[in-house]
Ligand binder design. Structure first.
Ligand SMILES: Nc1nc2c(ncn2[C@@H]2O[C@H](COP(=O)(O)OP(=O)(O)OP(=O)(O)O)[C@@H](O)[C@H]2O)c(=O)[nH]1
Length: 633
């Protein structure tokens, strides 16, 4: 790993192997933007709209009032579109709950916790993986404001969701934990918002904590982001302390959208979900004009025409309206049945008024690839549909068809990181009842080919390999290359030494490829290679990886009626071995007496379990064994 010290030593940059990085994230910086760690010299927060308001003059909409709000009465200057961004667990979803409660969008009950985290996987893991939109009506000085709030995920793997959400906003609430202070994703998200030229309101959360030190965090914010400490809002999202001030600051400081209703309809499709009954529900931000139910709209990228069947706002549940106007954020359902119809970043316009498309987004770059196969090939078609639908909800997943001799037809999927991969598979299992086998995750390596035969086959000299089983032999290549990342750590001088070990966990961006000594390791069960476990590692890690994987295989494969040899091999050379002793599992062992139905039940359960097994030679390997072995600790 290389380290580069930046001027004044406020930031430490490093270049490291991508495969070392545990939480993967790729970040592209637009040219000419401020480099991480350098101080921003100019003031960039503007105060717009009215001067400071008297808190007593503020009122909130009641739940009853909100139903009657006529969207057509919303002049653009009373709309505020903003996102909540932060490092993981700094309290975005908790603050979103409070904002929803205070504006009457949801009732204030114990049950209403992390309302915007709708997915089962989000509730189980306590993390946000999908950005969610909610339109809030907020009364201030006798006027109703429409606040469109987008709650975003904090984990580095889902930062693509954050950058997409920001394209629909003019401002952000940058939440910082009063105890932890500024963390890697705080800096990364700050730069996303800064580069998008959004107004940034720093919010110091969790001031109720015993170890909270808001003064220190304010100083950090001032030093690193150049935001005067007077502009920070101190809150406790958990207890609602000062949360009303956040709403006031949103109205005061975030500018309204510049969109004009008089212009032709132009909307950015910034997110979408798939509804089994109604098809694609597209989240749109209107950059001009208005759209009405029944209008015929065109998607600029695909040139396809649709009729708007339903549109409305998200409160946070869908609330249909007759029209959506310039500056608003809402949803449309327009008979998009095919998942490929709703391209994230596409521009929608009226059939009769074509417009210049909006810039859209550059596609997310997958950095972790894995093969996925149905446990039972008869489930292939159902799984294909599930993958397509889930990929629509998560456009940062790349899907390529793949075929394995042993596992049959499947896909090679690309993810932004390992958590992203785990969440995708958990969602497939929970939302689509799918059971799948996942192969070893790998980063995209490059090989400079030497063999003319291979060059002819690939039709290029430098190939990117996303499947270790297709990794060319050393004799066929000039060199291997591996992806590198550029990471940034911002810290005071005195900590430079200590933070070296933390480098693997920090924010990073693409730093190209470098020459690498790579080796392919194969794993064999009783002499039969398990293709899906084939892995490519750095030469110096070959033995430790081979040994660790053999040990994990031994732990994960249940004993069978014969002895199983677990081996790791480089070419024909075995580098590690473990033995699984013979054993016979008699499921009826504890079932005394003659109750035949009980015995049949146990045998049926065993047969179902076997379905989830994969037969390698004569060795049965449960699906979970693959996951256990492939999980990096
Ligand atoms: N004491 C205290 N705890 C808080 C406060 N705000 C949030 N928390 C807790 O912090 C944890 C994380 O809160 P979330 O709202 O899920 O954080 P998040 O930023 O949305 O998390 P991700 O979406 O996963 O990035 C939860 O256990 C909250 O109860 C606060 O003001 N005070």
């Amino acid at each position: 790993m290389q380290f580069l010290l930046r001027p004044r030593s406020t930031a430490l940059s490093f270049v490291g192997r991508f495969s070392d990085v545990k939480k993967c994230r790729i970040k592209r910086r637009s040219q000419g933007c401020t480099a991480p760690g350098t101080r921003i010299r100019h003031r960039w927060i503007k105060t717009v709209g009215e001067p400071a308001i008297c808190p007593t003059a503020r009122q909130f909409c009641s739940s009853a009032e909100k139903q009657d709000v006529d969207m057509s009465k919303f002049p653009v200057d009373r709309i505020r579109n903003f996102s909540i961004i932060a490092h993981i667990d700094h309290g975005k979803s908790t603050l979103a709950d409070r904002l929803l409660e205070m504006t009457g969008a949801i009732a204030k009950t114990e049950r209403n916790k992390q309302v915007l985290d709708k997915l089962q996987v989000e509730r189980e893991r306590g993390i946000t993986v999908k950005a969610q939109t909610a339109s809030l009506f907020y009364q201030h000085r006798g006027q109703t404001y429409l606040l469109n709030l987008i709650d975003t995920p904090g984990h580095v793997d889902f930062s693509y969701e954050v950058s997409r959400s920001l394209s629909a906003c003019q401002g952000v609430l940058l939440i910082v934990d009063a105890n932890q202070g500024i963390q890697a994703q705080t800096v990364a998200n700050f730069y996303l918002a800064f580069e998008a030229q959004l107004t940034i309101i720093p919010v110091i959360n969790k001031i109720d904590l015993k170890n909270a030190d808001p003064d220190r965090v304010e100083k950090q914010i001032e030093k690193i982001f150049d935001i005067p400490k007077e502009e920070c809002v101190r809150i406790s999202a958990k207890f609602g302390t000062n949360v009303d001030q956040v709403l006031q600051e949103v109205v005061k400081r975030i500018p309204p959208p510049t969109a004009k209703v008089e212009e032709p309809f132009k909307a950015l499709l910034f997110d979408s979900t798939f509804d089994h009954y109604r098809g694609v529900v597209a989240n749109i931000a209107l950059f001009g004009g208005y759209v009405t139910k029944g209008d015929r709209i065109v998607s600029a990228h695909l040139g396809k025409m649709y009729e708007v069947n339903e549109l409305g706002v998200l409160r946070p549940d869908e609330q249909p309206t007759e029209r959506l106007y310039a500056g608003q954020v809402g949803y449309v359902i327009a008979g998009m049945k095919d998942v490929k119809d709703a391209q994230i970043g596409d521009t929608l316009y009226l059939h009769k008024h074509p417009v210049e498309p909006l810039p859209g987004f550059s596609p997310a770059k997958s950095m972790v690839f894995a093969g996925m196969y149905p446990t039972d090939q008869s489930e292939y078609t159902a799984l294909r549909r599930a993958v397509e639908k889930l990929a629509l909800n998560d456009s940062s997943v790349t899907v390529q068809r793949d075929n394995s001799l042993a596992l049959g037809a499947g896909w090679r999927l690309g993810f932004l990181g390992l958590l992203h991969m785990e969440v995708f598979i958990q969602r497939l299992e929970q939302e689509y009842n799918a059971t799948v086998i996942i192969t070893a995750p790998t980063v995209p390596y490059k090989a400079v080919l030497a063999s003319p035969k291979l060059i002819k086959e690939y039709r290029e000299e430098v190939v990117t390999i996303i499947n270790p089983a297709q990794f060319p032999e050393k004799s066929q290549v000039v060199e291997y290359q591996e992806p590198m990342v550029m990471g940034t750590i911002i810290a005071p001088d005195e900590f430079t030494g200590k933070i070296m070990s933390l480098c693997l966990l920090c924010n990073r961006h693409d730093a190209g490829y470098q020459l690498a000594e790579l080796i392919k390791i194969e794993f064999l069960l009783n002499g039969k290679p398990v293709e899906e476990l084939t892995t490519v590692v750095h030469k110096d890690r070959a033995y430790s990886t081979g040994k660790a994987m053999c040990e994990r295989l031994k732990e994960s494969i249940p004993r069978q009626m014969f002895e199983i040899a677990v081996q790791a091999a480089i070419g024909s050379k075995v580098i590690a071995r473990e033995t699984i002793k013979a054993y016979r599992k008699n499921v009826l062992a504890k079932c005394y007496g003659g109750d035949i139905t009980r015995k049949m039940k146990l045998l049926k359960k065993q047969a179902e379990g076997k379905k989830r097994m994969r037969l390698i030679g004569n060795v049965e390997v449960p699906k979970d064994a693959f996951m256990n072995v492939l999980k990096r600790k």
